[in-house]
Ligand binder design. Sequence first.
Ligand SMILES: C[S@@+](CC[C@H](N)C(=O)[O-])C[C@H]1O[C@@H](n2cnc3c(N)ncnc32)[C@H](O)[C@@H]1O
Length: 183
Amino acid sequence: MRPRSLLTLWLVALTLLGGCASVPVTTAPKLDAPWIPSAPAVIAAMLEAAGVGARDTVYDLGCGEGEIVIAAAQRGARGVGVDLDPERIVNARRNAARAGVTDRVTFVVQDLFTTDVSPASVVTLYLGPDVNRRLRPKLLRELRPGSRVVSHDFSMGDWEPERTIPVPQAPGHVVYLWRVPPR
Ligand SMILES: C[S@@+](CC[C@H](N)C(=O)[O-])C[C@H]1O[C@@H](n2cnc3c(N)ncnc32)[C@H](O)[C@@H]1O
């Protein structure tokens, strides 16, 4: 190889390396709960407990791949799914397209603690007891009185649920229902 070609090769290699060094390193988001989808029977029980229908706007905080939001849209509601993991949101949008409900659902990559939940009439959760407790003041502050909150398996500290509903098709699983009180 001639010295000039060698020099060109060296310059190309340096440019590529330089380019690599400037590529942003993507780190996995720090999640408050792992991704474990609710079973279809539990989702049905959550939506039934909240009486979700066409007049509702359902927010699933930590929506995973969108199953709850999509099921709510299939009952005529509007749905918003929020998840910190971008891969979940990509797949949620794909699932919504497959279910034919893209006109009624929105999925956003966001930390659920920063999401404005004031447009919701129903909030669904499958997170954990500690996350629920931390969320409670925000839910009570932002949601309109009468809005419903349903949680798969996890309670909300000393906020007593209006109903605790076992799911016979998913033994050991329960759904909690709360209603935001008048201010
Ligand atoms: C147990 S999964 C529940 C998925 C779905 N809601 C369901 O019930 O099928 C919890 C989800 O919360 C998401 N998550 C965890 N921490 C979060 C945060 N701070 N903000 C938004 N999403 C979060 C995870 O990525 C995961 O998809």
